[in-house]
Design a protein around this ligand. Structure first.
Ligand SMILES: NC(=O)C1=CN([C@@H]2O[C@H](COP(=O)(O)OP(=O)(O)OC[C@H]3O[C@@H](n4cnc5c(N)ncnc54)[C@H](O)[C@@H]3O)[C@@H](O)[C@H]2O)C=CC1
Ligand SMILES: O=C(CO)COP(=O)(O)O
Length: 355
């Protein structure tokens, strides 16, 4: 192994990109972080703070911020892309002339592209054709990571070199990096859970209790798994940090932006007001629409995604929707044990006996 420090590039000046840049620097890497705002870059270099996205936390002073893509990418062995899904492809295209195929490219973004229902690592693949591609996902609220709260994440890639390099670059005494070879499942889990975080925030604002939150999270997992199976993904991956782990944290914490959008909606704000008040990206808003449409297209039963879609985009009051969902067709708890269609059949036969 070379005794030169590893070179890491982070694309994105938001909260998660900043938190990851700081970890890599804590681990001794030479870290450059690209962002489009020159004032923010100057502030990070001068004060070692990201006043816009993570004002309360010190960033490792070795992180060098820049608005110059070539300077940031030069010599980087690992490139972390922490850009919201809407701008992800555009930024990868901007970076493309300065990337080369020995580099390891990793998305940290939990969102879906509307055209073709693409996940972000698929965009990395399409735009570069490289083989060292991965995804980081898990219960990783950026502010807690920046505060060095003990945290675990997953690096998912079918390429062992990618998994090992990311574990080396980011694993430390406050950030533990587990490996997965199911890139699609890990990435899908991270994107889907944002939907249910909005619902959980809404339920909390409406004064619903812990039983409700627990029901919501567990039924969310059932719904996510149903969707995963339909998409050809492995639902077992959702038992890990990037599935149930991330679902728990984002459905429980007002540090989650998706949860906060839900809270604002539950307090009676419109979607526009809720998103504007947040001032940051809540990927779940767009994901609800995309997943609901995909579920319709593929005939996947996703009552929570459908209900949330009706509340967000069709003006159905959240409390009315909750009541409607409670009165929906009686169903199976764990569908891998008792299939839903068997319960429907039992009920039809029971109905005939009692009818
Ligand atoms: N914040 C968190 O706790 C976590 C976020 N993530 C994911 O990471 C992704 C990035 O999130 P954050 O860093 O939190 O975002 P953020 O909302 O804090 O900041 C987004 C960053 O992207 C930049 N950006 C937006 N459009 C751009 C464009 N066209 N060109 C260049 N830069 C652009 C913004 O200027 C900003 O620096 C999201 O998809 C999110 O799901 C993942 C885990 C934790
Ligand atoms: O994904 C996250 C934590 O794991 C962050 O969630 P938000 O995007 O809702 O803030």
């Amino acid at each position: 192994m070379s005794d030169q420090p590893m070179r890491v590039a982070v694309l994105g000046g938001g909260s998660f990109g900043t938190a990851l840049a700081s970890i890599a620097a804590d681990n001794g890497a030479e870290v450059r972080q690209w962002m489009r705002d020159p004032e923010l870059a100057a502030q990070i270099n001068r004060d070692h703070r990201n006043g816009r996205y993570l004002p309360d936390y010190a960033i490792n002073a070795a992180v060098v911020a820049s608005i110059e893509m070539p300077e940031v990418l030069e010599g980087a062995e690992l490139v972390l892309v922490a850009i919201p899904s809407k701008a992800f492809r555009e930024v990868v295209r901007q970076a493309r002339p300065y990337l080369h195929d020995e580099q390891i490219l990793v998305s940290t973004t939990k969102g879906i592209q509307e055209e073709g229902f693409k996940l972000m690592s698929q965009i990395l693949e399409e735009e570069t054709g490289f083989e060292h591609i991965g995804v980081i996902s898990g219960p990783n609220l950026a502010a807690e990571v920046a505060d060095k709260q003990l945290t675990a994440t997953v690096i998912a890639s079918d390429d062992p070199q990618t998994r090992t390099l990311v574990q080396t670059a980011l694993g430390c005494d406050y950030f533990r990096v587990y490996a997965s070879n199911d890139r699609y499942g890990v990435e899908l889990g991270g994107s889907l859970k944002n939907i249910y975080a909005i619902a959980a925030g809404m339920a909390a604002a409406l004064g619903m209790g812990e039983n409700t939150r627990s029901m919501l999270m567990t039924r969310a997992l059932a719904e996510m798994s149903r969707f995963a199976v339909d998409q050809g993904a492995n639902p077992m991956t959702f038992l890990g940090l990037a599935g149930v782990g991330d679902l728990i944290v984002t459905c429980s914490s007002a540090l989650s932006r998706n949860y906060r959008v839900g809270q604002a909606l539950g307090e009676g704000k419109t979607l526009e007001q809720a998103v504007e008040a947040l001032g940051q990206v809540a990927e779940g808003v767009n994901t609800v629409r995309l997943v609901r449409d995909k579920a319709h297209e593929d005939s996947v039963y996703m009552p929570l995604a459908e209900g949330l879609y009706q509340v967000l985009f069709k003006g159905v009051p959240a409390r009315d929707m909750a009541r409607l969902l409670m009165l929906g067709e009686q169903s199976s708890d764990v569908e891998f044990v008792l299939p839903r269609k068997d319960v429907q059949q039992d009920r039809r036969e029971g109905g005939e006996r009692h009818g």
